[in-house]
Ligand binder design. Structure first.
Ligand code: SF4
Length: 358
């Protein structure tokens, strides 16, 4: 039987995922971006107080099954956050609703996961190495594109130019078939961003974006806040990238002056250990934002997210102690874009006044 693996969305993760499984000879099934309909499905079939990413990704999986996926995969773990159990529970819910598929739950340990996946999906090691190479090179090209977009958008002369170029670049990366092609594309993408008309005399506000990873990286969940901020002249810095998340097991994004290890060190006096989510990183990157002269921090988190709710009072405290403005936004299925963007706009006004008054 042909294996067709469905995947939920989180930012541009699907590009690396698709490359990986295609190279393994498996058919990827990428559902449409999360929508009102898919989220509604997730809400009505999830436990009421489970976090929003669970509900949104449940909707994605249902869409993937309806598009022909016959296999769903999850990497579980016994860390304290609920994320490690999403797959088991989501697959159970979908099976109870009558969807038929092969549920593959692998260990969160990369070596065990590789051994079990090789057995279940029947691929050889050399093919896997090749698949990881193309997925990695695409993931790096996606990261480059996202960073160029973040750095160009606040300076663009014609609103929307950067977003258009970013989407074109992502389409080209998705279509590339070989590592060499992706390498060639990197140069082309840099040229595409350079051709955007900009005003480099601008002195934009700088905001660091911290919080729960899905809410920070999935534009449909955060109402495209990154684009919104950029188009309102803000240099925005999400605390991580989808590449770092995808290749976390090989320590992507861990080291360096803005790496996760350093952020965790900065956070330790306030929260000495990780609770299973991104809470320690939220704290560490808030301190880093102050040290690097950022104007403010936006903290995005799902309403019922335990780790981020622990971080929240600490962030408030740090905001006073380090004199750096904080906007903490709790998001769930009841959040409306108008309400959210009005709060962001008011925050930008405050930051602009501080910025202008020096
Ligand atoms: S970090 Fe928060 S939102 Fe993410 S899975 Fe854990 S509890 Fe849910």
């Amino acid at each position: 039987m042909e294996v067709r693996i469905g995947v939920p969305h989180m930012g541009n993760f699907y590009i690396a995922f698709e490359a990986l499984v295609q190279e393994l000879g498996i058919t990827p099934v990428v559902p449409p971006r999360p929508s009102r309909a898919s989220i509604e499905f997730g809400i009505s079939h999830s436990p009421e107080f489970i976090c929003f990413p669970f509900k949104a990704t449940l909707g994605d999986l249902k869409m993937a099954l309806e598009l022909g996926a016959n296999t769903l995969v999850w990497f579980e773990g016994a860390w304290s956050c609920r994320f490690g159990y999403y797959g088991r529970l989501q697959h159970r819910i979908l099976k109870d609703l009558g969807y038929e598929f092969n549920s593959l739950i692998f260990s969160g340990n990369p070596i065990d996961a590789f051994r079990d996946a090789r057995k279940a999906l029947k691929f050889d090691t050399m093919r896997f190495v090749k698949a990881v190479r193309i997925a990695y090179s695409k993931s790096k090209a996606v990261e480059l594109t996202e960073k160029l977009a973040l750095n160009t958008r606040p300076f663009e002369l014609n609103r929307g130019d950067t977003t258009r170029v970013e989407r074109t670049a992502l389409r080209l990366i998705r279509k590339a078939r070989t590592v060499a092609e992706v390498q060639y594309l990197r140069g082309r993408i840099m040229e595409m961003f350079k051709s955007i008309p900009v005003d480099k005399t601008r002195n934009p506000l700088k905001i660091w974006l911290v919080g729960e990873i899905y809410m920070v990286l999935e534009p449909e969940a955060n109402f495209h806040i990154v684009e919104y901020l950029g188009e309102h002249g803000v240099l925005v810095r999400p605390f991580t990238t989808i590449h770092n998340w995808t290749f976390r097991s090989i320590r992507a994004g861990r080291y360096g002056p803005e790496g996760e290890a350093y952020a965790r060190e900065l956070a330790k006096p306030y929260l000495p250990y990780c609770l299973g989510g991104e809470e320690q990183l939220s704290i560490g990157y808030m301190i880093m934002a102050k040290r690097k002269g950022y104007d403010g921090v936006i903290h995005l988190h799902p309403f019922t997210c335990m780790p981020e709710n622990v971080a929240y009072p600490i962030l408030q405290n740090l905001s006073t102690r380090y004199d750096i403005p904080l906007l903490s936004i709790s998001l769930d299925e009841h959040t409306e874009s108008v309400g959210l963007l009005t709060r962001v706009e008011a925050f930008l006004d405050l930051l602009q006044q501080r910025h202008t008054n020096g």
